[in-house]
Design a protein around this ligand. Sequence first.
Ligand SMILES: Nc1ncnc2c1ncn2[C@@H]1O[C@H](COP(=O)(O)OP(=O)(O)O)[C@@H](O)[C@H]1O
Ligand SMILES: [Mg+2]
Length: 316
Amino acid sequence: MTEPGVEVQPVVRQKARGLGAVGERWLTELPGLVRELQRRWSIRVGAPLTGGTSSYVARATARGGRDVVLKIALPQADLAPQVRTLRRARGEGYVRLLADDLDRHATLQEALGPPLDRLGLAPRQQLETLCAMLRSAWRVPRPAEPRVDPAQEKARTLGELVARLWESLGRPCSEAVVSLALTYAERRAAAFDPDRCVVVHGDPHPANALRTVSPRAGAEAGFVFVDPDGFLADPAYDLGVVLRDWCAELRGRDPAAARALLRSYGALLADRTGVDGDAIWEWGFLERVSTGLFVLNFGAEELGRPFLDTAESLRR
Ligand SMILES: Nc1ncnc2c1ncn2[C@@H]1O[C@H](COP(=O)(O)OP(=O)(O)O)[C@@H](O)[C@H]1O
Ligand SMILES: [Mg+2]
């Protein structure tokens, strides 16, 4: 077996350091863990992959020459729902799972191609593709005992996160933005309906949507998702996450133009999925604010700031 040069992306390293001693240990022990998994899964680890923020991900070759991908997540992540979702999906809308080791936060996956956001596609084409992918991903069977702990319901936990981080970070955006995000969180929590829940991806942004290497069943959109959170929620939640991005398209426009553009994206999402447009908009704003604060909180100012800046234009 070759000695892998374990290269951790700067943003992942930063996030690991933000976790304190646990993260430092993860960084130190990572090369040894990669060696161990190379032996156990009979793979040869190659070039690292970029695009994520919470894991070491690298290309690898399995016995017989098959291309695969090794992912080792930061220790704070609970990879169990991800593994459960990928197992149940059996490749439908999602990457195929080849092996996993939950104790080590590691998975071995089918190798995929480039992410949707690196192909030079116009935003609307990306939105169309994400809708087609989500319609397929939402077919993952629900667990036998489908229940959502009210304390874990997403609108509620996001609202709590926004209120807490806004204070602890020294109020890094306007009170008006936070207050609107909290209003939307309350509305989405009040609208929570267990019968409408599906197993959502939870973070279906274009960097988690990867092109398949060759056509296959379950990947009719030509792309599948990696990195699902896999919990029960309103499908509008996933579409709100989709709407949360597009900071580059929104920045530099006056607020009315920014809002009109994002409204048109939201209308497209609603049209292609049959999901309520207002629910998508509210989730999208709540996600924009919570993501901005969450990212600032782990120290990536340049990544988090655009979410908060665009929220200032959109709230008007
Ligand atoms: N199976 C795969 N095939 C090819 N590239 C992948 C695969 N899984 C992940 N990647 C690449 O690695 C990046 C990070 O992986 P991801 O599972 O999203 O980890 P993170 O938890 O860090 O977001 C993805 O955005 C993608 O570019
Ligand atoms: Mg990811």
